[in-house]
Design a protein around this ligand. Structure first.
Ligand SMILES: [Zn+2]
Ligand SMILES: [Zn+2]
Length: 343
């Protein structure tokens, strides 16, 4: 078997192989969907109705898991990574994977409630729908003063996207009135520390390890009644445990190594450019085995650990397996995230 030492082509082979293997060789989408439904026993529409009701009756801060799958895969039973937090009628969005606009709308929240958006890092499963979210948000009345935060080159990406959509925005404005969206305020940062604060929340970020993406961040959102920390995409990191110290909730990415090995075997078998050892080396250098996630949560002393950005999405790992692996080192509450889960 040929072995390409170029990490970029290995990554391409890995991602292409993951999509192909996940899409065809591993399991039909229908079967995977039923496996996901076993996890929470609800259909997508039922989940959306429950999310709407939970947000309508919300007292205090709510977190909605909009997308809980890892990687830029399409046609999967989990959406790519995104979240929204709601406090006092204001919405704060974290990450913009494919499906974020639809999933956001399904919660019943309105685009004009969005105060700010945040990006952990520039991988497509976290930013591919960033631009479209801005455009759709504009159509649905999102304030043009909505603030966006994230690592470089977010400012350039925002300008480039709006420029690429200039004609579209003008046609729409001409038809329906209003002013075309020409700019969105962006604040970039490259180091750990304070990000922003308003009357609802104080936001800080911590640099994480997710090579070759640099910088990549985890976040902490301190609302008056609740603190929510996010690992972002990273290997197990003491810095994440420190950031999340004493938080109510830690949302941490999680990888099932056995299932990832199975997926890597399929990829290596089906794709001549892929190599099993290289794939596993990459996964271990970029992501967090779920047992280690439990250790981080225990060190942080959080009340609730939510496992998300689940690797791999397929083959599906039963909730009980995720939970017992995380429980090896973590004694608090463990939730396996699913799309439209409200906490
Ligand atoms: Zn990711
Ligand atoms: Zn990533």
């Amino acid at each position: 078997m040929s072995f390409d030492k170029n990490p970029n082509s290995t990554r391409r082979a890995l991602l292409g192989g993951m999509a192909a293997a996940a899409g065809a060789a591993m399991m039909s989408t229908a079967r995977a969907q039923s496996a996901i439904q076993e996890n929470d026993t609800l259909s997508l529409d039922q989940r959306a109705d429950l999310a709407k009701a939970a947000l309508r009756d919300a007292r205090g801060t709510k977190l909605v898991m909009l997308g809980t799958g890892a990687g830029p895969m399409v046609g999967m039973p989990r959406h790519q990574t995104s979240h929204v937090m709601m406090h006092n009628g204001s919405a704060y969005v974290l990450d913009f994977g494919l499906g974020v606009s639809n999933e956001f709308a399904r919660t019943g929240l309105l685009f004009n409630q969005v105060r700010a958006g945040f990006l952990t890092h520039h991988h497509p499963d976290h930013n591919i729908e960033y631009g479209p979210f801005l455009l759709l948000g504009w159509i649905y009345g999102m304030s043009p003063s909505v603030q966006m935060y994230g690592p470089p080159p977010l400012d350039q990406m925002t300008k480039d996207y709006l420029r690429s959509q200039k004609a579209t925005l003008q046609f729409w404005a001409e038809d329906l009135g209003g002013t075309p969206l020409t700019a969105v305020p962006v604040t970039e940062f490259s180091d750990s520390g304070f990000v922003m604060a308003d009357e609802n929340v104080r936001v800080t970020a911590v640099r994480v390890e997710h090579p070759p993406v640099n910088p990549a961040f985890g976040y902490r959102f301190d609302f008056p009644d609740r603190s929510i920390a996010f690992s972002g995409d990273t290997v197990p990191l003491d810095a994440v445990a420190q950031m999340a110290k004493g938080a109510d909730i830690l949302v941490h990415e999680a990888m099932n190594i056995d299932a990832t090995k199975k997926l890597a075997q399929h990829i290596a078998r089906d794709n001549p450019k892929a190599n099993y050892d290289q794939i596993m080396k990459h996964m271990m250098a970029d992501h967090s085995p779920v047992e280690e996630v439990g250790r981080i949560a225990q060190e942080a002393g959080v009340k609730t650990l939510i496992l998300s950005h689940l690797t791999p999405v397929m083959p599906v790992t039963p909730d009980a397996v995720w939970r017992s692996a995380a429980a090896k080192h973590f004694k608090g509450e463990i939730l396996v995230g699913y799309d439209l889960m409200v906490v």
